[in-house]
Structures are given as C-alpha cells and as structure tokens.
Write a protein that binds this ligand. Structure first.
Ligand code: BDR
Ligand code: CA
Length: 305
C-alpha cells in the first residue's frame, strides 16, 4: 500500500495530541516529521509535549523545535483551554528522546528536499514555521503536495468574534500561506466545533486501550467544550480530511486573511460566491458528518497503541 508522506506542524495542545497519535498509527500515513511552534503554550512546552507523545508510543518520529513567536505579533497563548503545560491531566514519563539539532524550518526543508514524492503538510497551529519556510526556501513549495490545515472559520471565531485561534495567533503567516499558490484545504472552526465527542464516547475511550486512557485523562483537563455540550476535536479533523475526506462537505473558494489591526484581525474572509475573485486559492470544509466522524474516531483509537 502506498502511504501518504506527512509532516505535522503543531502546538500540543490536547486536540493536537490526539491528531498526532492517530497519524502515528494510521496505516495509510507515513508520518515523517513533527515540527513544533508556539501557540497553545510556549514552544518549549509544545516541543516537550511532542517528545512526550513520541516517547509514550515509543515511535521513532523526529521532532524539531520551531518558532517561539509569531512573525509580527506578540504571542497570546491558550493555556486557559489546554492547561499550563498544554497537555495536563496525564502523567507522562520524562522523555529520553531529544529534538533534532536543527530549527523546524531547516528540518522541514531537509525533509521536503530529500523526499522522492511530494509531501502533505498538516499544520494544526499558527502558521509561523511554514510561512518562514516558504519565504526562506520558496523552492520547497514544489515538494508540497498539499496543505491541509485546521484554522480559520467561515463564521465567527473563538479568540475574537472574527478570528479563530491559529490564524489570530499569526495572521501575517497565514496570509503568506493562503497567498502561496500551494494547494490548500482549510478545516475551519465552524466545522471542527461540530466534531465533538460526548461523555458516552469519552467513557468508552477510557477503557479501550492505553492511548484511550491517556486521552480521557487529558480530556478531563481540556476546556475546549464541555462533557455536556461535547469536547471539540478541532485538530483531529485535519487528519480526518486527509484520510477520510468523505466525512466532510467542501467548496472551492477564495479566502483572504485580514491582517489589519482592527477587530477583524485574523479573520478568514471566504468569498464563497466568488463575487470578488476569479481565482480560487483554497478548498474549505463546509460541514462534517458528525456521527460518521465519531465512528471513525473510535476506529482510529482501536489501532493507536
Ligand atoms: C485551534 O486552537 C488550538 O487551541 C487548538 O489546538 C486548535 O488547533 C482551535 O481554534
Ligand atoms: Ca493546535
């Protein structure tokens, strides 16, 4: 079976942790590199968390530490959602593995250059590392098959009324990515907020295997939704869109990133009716089939060990 070469750029992050874990064990995914960035918590913490996951599953996937700050804005983290450490609630062993000796942007470049086939990028955090990669090494774009990202929203945001967290954190980086000409799919907050796990699934997950036990412990500290209204599996949706696109409805459109300093800063303005553009630059998710997503989630967990 031909597997999809994949790089995840991430800020774990509880929903990031689930997405990374599933990608590690998905039979059709060849996870080649994890790069970290500041976002939910500092880059030191997100890097430590990525190493903890690699160690927990005892898999040899390299981790490279990326940017500690957005391109222009100061970092405003999201520790109120993911806890002080970014992945609280479960006691991970201190990782014996260490990060690659190069910056994430260099690791991305090296991995892309040496790959025989184009690689899929799955950013589930602020787009700082990828934006720098494209600015420093524009030739690497040719080695990117597509970018499938969690971020933005076709309706309102979660950090401000207009903006979703990953795009709000680094709108200038997002603008570089959306204007890069690379094939791009955006799985936005309006869709991922519907991809929720209810208490019933969380109970089931807890007893399924050691990964499920770890997830359930993290979920007990996660403030992305609630047990009553459902826990939002934002970042997991990006992986689902790569391996199981039929779980979503999509449209091709043009998305502009608002970088002005006002209340729309970080908004992803989609021209769904193509009234203002003749060229599309993104495929956007419009909806998720929630019950099927939950079934898929449980299937994924079964093979995550
Ligand atoms: C996004 O923000 C982060 O807190 C989550 O991990 C996800 O990537 C949702 O807005
Ligand atoms: Ca994330």
């Amino acid at each position: 079976m031909r597997r999809i070469p994949l790089i995840i750029d991430t800020d774990p992050g509880i929903d990031d942790a689930v997405a990374i874990s599933f990608a590690m064990f998905h039979p059709e995914i060849d996870l080649r590199l994890i790069t970290t960035v500041a976002g939910n918590v500092s880059v030191d913490k997100t890097t430590d968390n990525a190493l903890k996951l690699v160690e927990f599953f005892d898999v040899d996937i390299p981790v490279a530490r990326g940017c500690s700050e957005p391109l222009l804005k100061p970092l405003e983290d999201s520790s109120e959602i993911h806890g002080e450490s970014g992945m609280g609630g479960f006691h991970f062993e201190k990782p014996s593995r260490t990060v690659l000796p190069v910056h994430a942007v260099e690791a991305l470049r090296e991995e892309l250059v040496k790959s025989e086939e184009p690689v899929t990028l799955m950013p589930i955090a602020a787009l700082t590392n990828i934006a720098l990669l494209f600015k420093l090494y524009p030739e690497t774009k040719e080695k990117v098959k597509e970018i499938v990202l969690m971020g933005g929203s076709l309706s309102r945001g979660n950090t401000t009324t207009a903006a979703e967290f990953n795009i709000f954190t680094d709108p200038e980086a997002a603008a570089i990515i959306f204007e890069s000409g690379v094939k791009l799919t955006m799985i936005g907050l309006d869709v991922t907020s519907r991809a929720v796990l209810m208490q019933k699934e969380v109970k089931q997950i807890e007893t399924m295997n050691r990964a499920g036990e770890m997830f359930a412990a993290l979920f007990s500290h996660y403030r992305g939704g609630s047990m009553k209204t459902g826990l939002k599996m934002h970042d997991v949706c990006a992986l689902a869109a790569i391996v199981q696109p039929e779980l979503f409805d999509f449209a091709d459109t043009h998305v502009e990133i608002e970088t002005g300093k006002g209340p729309a800063n970080g908004a992803t303005v989609a021209d769904l009716k193509m009234k203002y553009h003749t060229e599309t630059n993104a495929t956007v998710a419009l909806d998720v089939h929630v019950e099927k997503f939950r079934e898929w989630f449980l299937e994924m967990l079964e093979q995550t060990k």
